[in-house]
Ligand binder design. Structure first.
Ligand code: 13P
Ligand code: SF4
Length: 377
């Protein structure tokens, strides 16, 4: 949505806001619906609400745009709204702030909504890794590529060293871009997405080494680093890593003919057994394109799987989760209707709560790395 920035102004950052969060948290979910709708109506074109597919139904139903990380980055870059309320996790809000225009302000309704994978790479650790590559004389031929699930500082690090950002839907294009410029890719911080993407591009597993930030020299000799085409950071998504190859075997045995589709943050062995891989947006598209009567086991976060099951039942497509213990992203789940109502009602009162602001010196190179991603296609 391209909206003009209007005259609604907000005073400087407020920590608690005029309306205290405690009062909201004591109230039931459903009592927030009318209040959120009313606040949205009052804020009008000044405010855009973005929602990731893993958000709860009670929250995402108020989003102006819902999407995967790539689409939400595009939405953030395109909107003219003064306030971007991001129902997602911290790195998404940071990316929106980097991509936003001057005067725009990004709000994360709960500051505790982080990402365990993004926490697995700290900028100082990434700098140590790069220094090791420099000492080995390999940095000049290495292009750093970071998954969007990383801090703005790591995005800036990649931008400044000729690298870029990717999402799960643009990982292959980003790696191809990088291999056109160097002989090796340092892929941060999700080893599974890096390995799955590299392998799909024809890079054998023995040419992919894993850098362990907690081990001396990353656990790699100079010779092993030199021989690698892809250097994978030892990070993972704690939600997607719970899916195991045995789950694929079990659903196939129980439901002959079932289609298994998984997110590429899943382990290599799971992805190898699956019928197809894709970002959250792509997983939805795969079901949309399938003929009526198809049954799917989906390996991704449970809120999206449940939403897909409801939506596609009407088209006679049955959807189950790949692991019936259910894989919940607890940090996405932190954004509640109460937090959304609190953030919006404070905005109505002219108060900005939970603003996410990336420092100017980090913003510059992070923007370069994100722009390179957005220009890929
Ligand atoms: P996508 O929505 O880009 O597939 O990413 C999934 C995810 O884990 C977001 O953190
Ligand atoms: Fe992070 Fe995994 Fe949650 Fe995505 S699903 S936000 S990668 S912890």
């Amino acid at each position: 949505m391209n909206l003009a920035i209007d005259e609604l102004t907000a005073p400087a950052l407020a920590d608690e806001g005029v309306c205290s969060l405690e009062n909201y948290l004591a109230m039931p979910d459903h009592s927030m619906d009318g209040r959120i709708a009313q606040a949205r109506a009052k804020l009008g074109a000044t405010t855009v609400v973005l929602g990731h597919h893993y958000q709860r139904d009670e929250v995402v139903r108020f989003a102006d745009f819902m999407g995967d990380s790539y689409r939400l980055s595009q939405n953030a870059a395109a909107t003219g709204a003064k306030y971007i309320v991001f129902c997602g996790v911290h790195f998404m809000a940071e990316s929106a702030d980097v991509l936003g225009r001057d005067g725009q302000q990004v709000i994360l309704p709960d500051l505790n909504a982080g990402c365990s994978m993004a926490d697995m790479a700290e900028i100082s650790q990434v700098e140590d890794c790069w220094e090791a590559l420099e000492r080995a004389g390999l940095a000049d031929e290495t292009i750093p590529v970071t998954y969007i699930n990383s801090t703005a500082a790591i995005k800036a690090f990649c931008g400044e060293r000729g690298g870029l950002v990717c999402t799960s839907s643009s990982a292959r294009a980003a790696m191809e871009w990088a291999f056109a410029r160097g002989r090796r890719v340092l892929f941060l911080p999700d080893q599974h997405l890096g390995r799955n993407t590299g392998y799909a591009m024809g890079i054998p597993l023995h040419e992919m080494a894993v850098w362990d930030p907690w081990a001396l020299q990353g656990g790699q000799s100079k010779e092993m680093l030199a021989a690698s085409r892809v250097l994978l950071w030892k990070g993972h998504c704690s939600v997607h890593q719970r899916f195991l190859p045995g789950h694929v075997d079990q659903v196939r045995a129980k439901y002959p003919g079932i289609q298994v589709i998984v997110h590429p943050e899943c382990r290599f062995e799971v992805c190898q057994k699956a019928d197809a891989l894709g970002s959250t947006e792509r997983l939805i598209a795969l079901v949309e394109q399938a003929p009526a009567g198809t049954m799917f086991a989906v390996g991704t976060e449970i809120h999206l799987v449940n939403r897909m099951a409801k939506r596609f039942a009407a088209q006679d497509k049955r959807i189950i989760t790949l692991d019936d213990t259910g894989c919940l992203c607890t940090t996405m789940y932190r954004i509640t209707p109460q937090h959304l109502a609190w953030a919006l009602e404070n905005l109505v009162e002219g108060q900005v709560v939970n603003r996410i602001q990336v420092r100017a010196e980090v913003k510059r190179w992070a923007r370069v790395a994100l722009d390179r991603m957005l220009e890929l296609r």
